[in-house]
Design a protein around this ligand. Structure first.
Ligand SMILES: C[S@@+](CC[C@H](N)C(=O)[O-])C[C@H]1O[C@@H](n2cnc3c(N)ncnc32)[C@H](O)[C@@H]1O
Length: 214
């Protein structure tokens, strides 16, 4: 994918409403982690990195030994993160500024379809994760024919990529991840805006939550 396309996604992402609201509350964090087959106590005293952390759960993890987010738009979200104790690092997932084997957990939620090069991001996550570390991963998938799927980026500015479930599994396997837990579900149409409802119904959008090991 071209850098120009990523810049368009980046501009769209900057205007997205989720970046104007703060991080999820404690109950939402518990629910999110449960949906990934883990829980908050598993992260106690652990070094945790969020790749593309945005205003996500990294900012609401109370007892980690280290919490840090590497994201290209930390300047924008810092305004709504005044109560976060996570370190903000302005960086891209394709080139993580950390030494190898540094983190017990890497969180990569709703990010891989926003980046320039998903393979490189996964390889970088694998490099910085400890050998017994885990990745908390999720992404929207579109189980429709590839020629249609590849054109969705023309109408969906923030997302340069629209993967199928099988493509995501292959990407993870190719980077050496094992899927320990997977939960695939269709988001509620009642709670979705028009654009999202169309994606769910017409483009068979689903969400997969995973816990991956090396
Ligand atoms: C939809 S938001 C998800 C934020 C957060 N993970 C969450 O769950 O709320 C996508 C995030 O990916 C970040 N992003 C975009 N390109 C990236 C890249 N190349 N490397 C790392 N993060 C990136 C965006 O800045 C944004 O914060």
């Amino acid at each position: 994918m071209s850098l120009e396309r990523w810049k368009r996604a980046h501009q769209a992402e900057k205007q997205h409403s989720t970046h104007q609201s703060g991080p999820p509350n404690r109950n939402q964090v518990n629910e999110i982690l449960k949906n990934h087959g883990t829980n908050i106590s598993e992260l106690n005293n652990k070094a945790v990195l969020a790749v593309g952390g945005g205003t996500g759960i990294i900012h609401r993890l109370p007892n980690t030994s280290l919490a840090i987010t590497a994201d290209p738009i930390t300047d924008l979200v810092s305004e709504v993160l005044v109560e976060s104790s996570a370190e903000l690092c302005t960086a891209a997932g394709e080139n993580l500024p950390f030494i190898s084997n540094s983190f017990d957990f890497v969180i990569c939620r709703n990010v891989l379809d926003h980046v320039v090069d998903p393979n490189t991001v996964l390889d970088e996550i694998k490099r910085v994760i400890k050998p017994d570390g885990k990745m908390i991963f999720d992404i929207n998938t579109f189980d429709i024919p590839a020629p249609v799927r590849r054109r969705l980026s023309l109408i969906d500015a923030p997302h340069p990529y629209h993967f199928s479930t099988d493509e995501v599994k292959k990407l993870l396997e190719n980077s050496g991840f094992k899927i320990e837990y997977a939960d695939k579900w269709r988001p509620s149409i009642r709670k979705s805006n028009l654009k999202r409802s169309i994606a769910i119904l017409a483009f068979r959008m689903k969400k997969i939550n995973m816990l991956c090991s090396l």
